[in-house]
Design a protein. Sequence first.
Length: 221
Amino acid sequence: MYSFTYIYVVSTTCEFVGVTVAGTDTSSMTMESAMSLLLSHPHAMERVQVEIDTNIGQGRLLEEQDLPNLKYLQNVINETLRLYPPVPLLVPHEAPDDCVVSGFDVPRGTMLVVNAWAIHRDPNLWENPTKFMPERFENWNGDQGVGLIPFGGGRRGCPGAGLANQLITLALASLIQSFEWETPSQKEVDMSEGLGLTMPRVKPLEALCTPRRKLLGAFTI
Ligand code: HEM
């Protein structure tokens, strides 16, 4: 028989709620933004579909082991996180000591907020910063030095980054492998951003899907 202290139960519950809150909204927002961008850029959507069909074929549904082969889709996800980081100001941190950041004196106790949204659109770091160009990540080795920091960094950086990447890639790839997607209006998706700690959209994505004929074989028993 186990016995738990009050502190243990409260801290474990807080941890669970924290991880659930930190991991669900952020991941679903990234999927919604990626799907919206793909619907507004049919060439990119087609390229993702071709990549999936070429690597997986049409006789089976994709699996987790297939993900490392979906390089272009990974570039789409990176480009989505760059343009629409779900946590645009990351999480505030307090300087534990006096320090100097980029020539600025930061006294101990200062609350620091990193504007990832602005860094991701800085014209000194990115060519055509507001343009959706997944191919810009073609030769990227994952180095944060380029200015892509949707998961923060350092000791308090997001511990769920790897899981989030796997989950988002697997979910999106499965949706795109199995269905054809379009918007009800056949127009570009409205990407206007609303207010919030995470970055909600003013208008939620509306999309229509039909099963892909090519894939029907993969569903027969
Ligand atoms: C696209 C998905 C996600 C994004 C963009 C994201 C982003 C972030 C950011 C910006 C931070 C703050 C980092 C900092 O302060 O420098 C953070 C912290 C955190 N994230 Fe995520 N996250 C995502 C998914 C997840 C998932 C799937 C989990 C867990 C399963 C998770 C768990 C956490 C936790 C526990 C923290 C707090 C870490 C700490 O304070 O030490 N996140 N995340």
